[in-house]
Every structure is written in C-alpha cells, then in structure tokens.
Design a protein around this ligand. Sequence first.
Ligand SMILES: C[S@@+](CC[C@H](N)C(=O)[O-])C[C@H]1O[C@@H](n2cnc3c(N)ncnc32)[C@H](O)[C@@H]1O
Ligand code: SF4
Length: 460
Amino acid sequence: MSSTLAAPSFETPEKPPTWLGLQAPRYTSYPSAQHFHAGVNADLHASWLTSIRKDQTVSAYVHIPFCRELCWFCGCHTKMTYRDEPIEKYVRVLLGEIALIGKHAAGKGKLKQIHFGGGSPSLLNESQLMSILYALASAFEFAPPGELAIELDPRTTSEEKIAFYGSLGFTRVSMGIQDFDPKVQKAVNRIQSFEMVAGLMKRLHEAGIHQINTDLIYGLPYQTVTSFEHTLKQTLSLTPSRIALFSYAHVPHMKKHQRLIDEHALPDDRTKLTLYRMATEFLLANGYTAIGIDHFARADDSLTVAANSHRMRRNFQGYVTDTTDILLGFGTSAISQFPGGYTQNYSATHEYSKRIEAGQLATCRGWKAGAQDSFRKEIIDTLMCYMEADIGQIAAKHGQDANICARELTLLQECAYSDIAHTKGNLVQIATPYRMASRAVAAVFDQYQLPDSAQYSRVS
Ligand SMILES: C[S@@+](CC[C@H](N)C(=O)[O-])C[C@H]1O[C@@H](n2cnc3c(N)ncnc32)[C@H](O)[C@@H]1O
Ligand code: SF4
C-alpha cells in the first residue's frame, strides 16, 4: 500500500438500480438456515459424528454468546452480561459438549482449524480459553499447521490477553471496528476510540499475530461519504490484512434491539449505495483485492491466495481458506456441517445446557442434503465466491442435464436483474460494481427460496 492514500473516483448512480428492493439469504449455507427443521435431530447428528473417518479433516467453531454491552445494530446471536458467572457456567457446559462430541466421534478426525466466534470471545479469561483448547485437544487429534482464530471486541481486549493469545499460538484475529465516527458510534451504542484500537493492533503485531481482520459496516445512522471515508483512512492506517465491509442488515422485526436505532438517521438507498461504491473504490485503489460479496484482502493474505487459486469456500464464518471435510460447531446456536447435511444447536442457553448436562447432544434442527443440493450449493457458492458460474460445467460435474437451469437462466434476463447479472449461454456473470447483490442472483438458483422474502435482509 502506498504511504499516501489514493482518492476514489466513483460516480454516484443517477437512478436507483432495479435490484435495490430485492431480499435474499446471505448463503452461508445451502439451503439457508431458515429451512432447517426438527426432523434432523440428535440421533442423526450422532450418526454423522460416528461416521467421521480417522483421516477426515475437521475444524471447530466455538460460539461464545456474551458481550459486555449490546451494539444496537447487532445481528449476531449474543446477549449482554456484566457478570462473569454466566460465562463461567456456560464454559463448564461447553466443556461437557466438547467431551460428548469427542465421544461420539470416538477420537476420529484430525482437527486442523479452531475458530472462536460470538458474541465476544475476548470476554473469556485465560483459564477458560485454556480449558476449551485443552478439551478440544483431548477429544480430537490435532493436525497442525492450521489456523487458530478469535473474534475480539476491542473494548474487552486487554494487552495482557493479547500477549496470552500470542503465547498460545493464535494465528489470526478479527476486530470489530464498524465506524470510528463518534456521532455514528453514539447512535449505535458502540463507543471505541481510534487510539484504543490502534494500540491493540500494535500489541497484536508485538505478540506475533500479523493476520488481522477488521470489520466495518456501511449503512449505519449518520454515516456520510465524508465521514465513512475518514473511517476507511483510519482503518487503512492500521494496515489490516483483511477488511470485511458489511452492509448493515436492519431487521428490527427479528432483532428487537435494532428498534433503538433512529430509522430517520439511516442513510437512504442511494446514499447507502454511494457509501458502498466509495468504500470499494477506495480499498481497491489502496492495494486491497475485492473478495466475494463483502471482503477485501491484501495480496499476501491467505484469503487472496485461496481466491486466486479457486480454493476459497463460504461457510457460517463467511469466506474461509478452510478446506476441511467437516465443520463442528460447539455452543448455543452453533451449526455443524457434515457431508450429509447440517445440524444446529439450541440457541437458548437453558435449552442447550439442559441437553448437554443430561449427556445428550443439544441438536434442535438441521438439514439432510437432498438430491440436487450439492449441485445447487456449488452454483450458489461459486457465484458468491467468484461472481461468475458456468452452470453447464457444474451440471456436468454433478451428472445433471445441462438444461436443468434453463428456467433460472431465462429469469435472470428479466428487468430486475439487468444491472447485476449477465448471461452468455450457460455462463452467469455478476456485474462487479454490485458484488453485494450477488446473493439476489444466487437466490434464483435456490430450489427452496421462500415466497416470503421479508425473512431476509435487503441485498443493498
Ligand atoms: C461477532 S461480531 C464481531 C466481534 C465482536 N463482538 C465485535 O463486535 O467487535 C461479527 C461482526 O458482525 C458484524 N455485524 C453485526 N451485526 C450486523 C448487522 N446487523 N449488519 C451487518 N453486520 C453486522 C459486525 O461488523 C461485527 O463485527
Ligand atoms: S457487534 Fe460484537 S460486541 Fe457488538 S453486540 Fe454484536 S457481537 Fe457484541
């Protein structure tokens, strides 16, 4: 990256694009979790765990559903606690779940990657974090080198904790920045200074953790092009290896605390689109590569390398370099991914804890893969990862008729998609200025798309 930041040269669109009102899932699974049902239960989950082979690679996602304060924009599965006791209690149950899942898997599978997400795993103290890692090491054979990653809320991350993450061998962290503007921060109840984040970044490098992701959100109240450009400049001065540029998903009917946000202060559609275009151009002009719908990474980042060699994947954690066969989710609401489908744990802590303490898996629902699922999943993942997909090629790979998606290809020629998708025979290409709209294009290939799309957030 150059020492002086290149200015963006974007143009504000004159008329609202045709696709702006479309709503679609984020496709971190196929089908999206809204379709999961209770027919996939603890018994099926247990049988999928039992059938893990000794040589299969496994990654673990550990969910920590606690935060000290609730950001009003938050769409994550988390809750606020000022006390440490609920966290201590939760970790005890989590250790029980890890042991139980390890017992079902009977020591098979090689654990390559571990990701702590949330909520805010930075709330875990040293002994809690150690005990979780120790439990995983007791339940599974470790297969290094892999990624050991953790999501940090800067406000609950101390310098001592960072030194500890370094000593444990954490290789990657994600830090929530969202926006540095004090007016925006006040409007979303998330106050954190640039100086505090910059200090922690310095400590991370000193601790030997150089793979650092930062999260930004566009579409928050009071954001303007000028204010958000300033946040981008401040973020870039911290030289993160990856930046996630999330579109604010405002779903107050599902996340009640979002009602605390003054809707009148939210940028309108045109401004939100302009924020996105400006941020994209800005990051591209300053040495970052656009990846998928909402990620940017430096050329030396492993995600860029994986994207360039078509090895990148999309799962519940977003875009990943993880190529393991099985993803095991631990904790409330956590989703596991097996060759045969998905399972999800209860979201309510008391429901989750009740099962685990009784020696049962905490599975509440899931999905058993249907006949066309792997074919359609590959189309959707390919579009979401690479902005284009050759339907004929994917059909041939899955032993499907090349004309199987004729209806979908015709649909994409309709007016609503004219700005975002182009088709050439069986090839579907997404217009890259509108990467975030690719989920609306992906939804055309979704066999299970619900008629009531209000369940999903708008693609802008
Ligand atoms: C689990 S949180 C990150 C870790 C930590 N809790 C923090 O906030 O610093 C994951 C990220 O999801 C993003 N996020 C949360 N709610 C969102 C929403 N409604 N729309 C878009 N992005 C959202 C934020 O950028 C947040 O950093
Ligand atoms: S954005 Fe992060 S810190 Fe804020 S409430 Fe959500 S999970 Fe917690």
